[in-house]
Design a protein around this ligand. Structure first.
Ligand SMILES: Cc1ncc(COP(=O)(O)O)c(C=O)c1O
Length: 479
């Protein structure tokens, strides 16, 4: 019988170098690819064999297929001309951290399965409390603490679960939900809040979408009215999710006013700062978190804008006991002395899955490589590009700004209405030169210029603005 065809360490060394070279070349040339993949549905799969190979193939053959078949099906999120959605920016130290994580192959479900995996995570999350100026109650030396989750969606789900348990005296985990619980968020909140309310068994009809003001921020008076109406109807309000930097327009909910309501009404307050939390690295933007001292939980995504490869969401709670009591399980086979001593964190009780990767390594590398000052500079540069872009839009009579643009998202539109904005968007995205996405604000189709790719510099933003104006001219001409 033949040996199993494992790659030998020497072969791994050789191919590993090739892959690192490939990635470095990609970084150098990413700007030349069409940003939005031009592949049609089924085009990638149709070029690949339906059946897996019976015998192993060479690494060279796989890499050749990456170049020939996979690359045309890639949308280049790392292109300096990627301005869609929110970014998922990356960096070399983060990629190397990911590689080490994969190489160690650690499964850090409990402290005992790799103490460093847990302790580096706790340390880095404590660092970030200081780096972002978050309330001290989120640090591990208080009653609270932080944990890395895969996504902000998972954080919101965990926050909601802990809130449900706290509101029902930890009975719903045992008996199911016997009351009608109600939750609140703004009509601009991310869809993950709605998803979570469905998953945890509250029911979408019991999520109240609160009106926003002209800056797309939740109106606290409307929140209070909705809570009072629910109480009067015999329902049990339990949870509010406020957003720091909404997805659609980067609106900022007033945390202090919302927090006062939550504390008066005894509701769990979650704050979703998935994209914009990173801005608080810089003192001049920290006021986006004013009122965070009221929050029971908070999350932001280094995997959006803090140079850390997807996935990496930092989730904090003020009272870790509420979260752990909600999610803790203790089968015999996981019992161990360290856990029972109470001296260690077992992060398996802080999120949904049991298993967990050593994600903290890449975050630790990013923070150590850039230093706090390097990260601040990165944030400031992107914000200044967005502000420059907004000033160019304002000075063009054909376009208008559609929402406040404090950070890196500029919502804007051609003044002549939805049809031309749609044509501009299609024209630009099909050209492959740059990629933009859209939203609806005040019922009007609105273009979103979202700046945040690692490689984006002023010259790329300036070039993008030229292309946008050219597209507008071409689309007007086509009328
Ligand atoms: C405000 C906000 N919350 C949550 C999310 C979802 O993030 P994730 O993919 O980490 O679940 C997003 C994504 O853009 C977002 O903008």
């Amino acid at each position: 019988m033949n040996d199993i065809p494992h790659m030998t360490p020497d072969e791994f060394r050789k191919h590993g170098r090739e892959v690192v070279d490939w990635i470095a070349r990609y970084m150098e040339t990413v700007e030349q690819f069409p940003v939005l993949s031009q592949a049609g549905p089924g085009e990638t799969r149709s070029q690949l064999p339906e059946a897996p190979p019976e015998e192993g193939e060479s690494f060279d053959a796989m890499m050749a297929d990456v170049d020939r078949i996979i690359m045309p099906g890639i949308t280049h999120w790392q292109s300096p001309y990627f301005f869609g959605f929110f970014p998922a920016n990356i960096s070399a130290p983060s990629i190397l951290g990911e590689l080490l994580t994969a190489g160690l192959g650690v499964q850090g479900m409990i402290w005992a399965t790799s103490p460093a995996c847990t302790e580096v995570e706790t340390l880095v999350l404590d660092w970030l409390v200081g780096m972002l100026g978050l309330p001290g109650k989120f640090k591990s030396d208080s009653q609270g603490g932080g944990v890395i989750q895969d996504t902000a969606s998972s954080s919101s789900l965990c926050a909601m679960l802990a809130a449900r348990e706290r509101a029902t005296n930890f009975a719903s985990n045992e008996k199911g939900i016997t009351q009608t619980l109600t939750a609140y968020t703004s009509n601009q909140a991310h869809s993950s809040i709605e998803k979570a309310i469905k998953i945890i068994g509250i029911g979408r009809e019991h999520l109240r979408l609160i009106d926003v003001d002209e800056t797309f921020a939740m109106k606290p008076t409307k929140l209070q009215e909705a809570i009072s109406a629910d109480r009067a109807a015999g329902l049990t309000p339990f949870f509010v999710s406020a957003t720091v930097g909404t997805t659609s327009s980067n609106g900022f909910d007033p945390l202090t006013a919302i927090g006062e309501i939550c504390s008066r009404e005894n509701l769990w307050m979650h704050v979703d700062a998935a994209m914009s939390g990173t801005a608080a690295l810089c003192e001049e933007f920290r006021d986006i978190h004013d009122g965070l001292e009221y929050a029971d939980s908070y999350c932001f995504n280094p995997h959006k804008w803090m140079l850390t490869n997807f996935d990496c969401d930092c989730f904090y709670v003020a009272d870790r006991a509420a979260l752990i009591n909600t999610l803790s399980i203790l089968p015999e086979y996981l019992r161990n002395q360290a856990s029972e001593s109470g001296e260690v964190f077992d992060y398996r009780d802080w999120h949904i899955p049991l298993g967990r990767r050593f994600r903290a390594l890449k975050l630790w590398f990013v923070i150590r490589h850039y230093g706090v000052n390097g990260l601040k500079q990165h944030v400031r540069e992107h914000i200044s590009h967005a502000q420059a872009f907004a000033s160019w839009v304002k000075s063009d009579d054909n376009f208008e700004i559609a929402a406040p643009h404090r950070l890196t998202l500029v919502c804007f539109r051609h003044k002549e209405g939805d049809a031309i904005n749609q044509r501009i968007l299609d024209h630009l995205n099909h050209s492959g030169k740059m990629f933009l996405t859209h939203t609806k604000l005040d019922d009007k189709l609105t273009l979103r210029m979202s700046i945040g790719a690692t490689a984006t510099k002023r010259e790329h933003v300036r070039q993008a603005w030229t292309w946008i104006r050219e597209a507008a001219q071409a689309c007007e001409y086509n009328d």
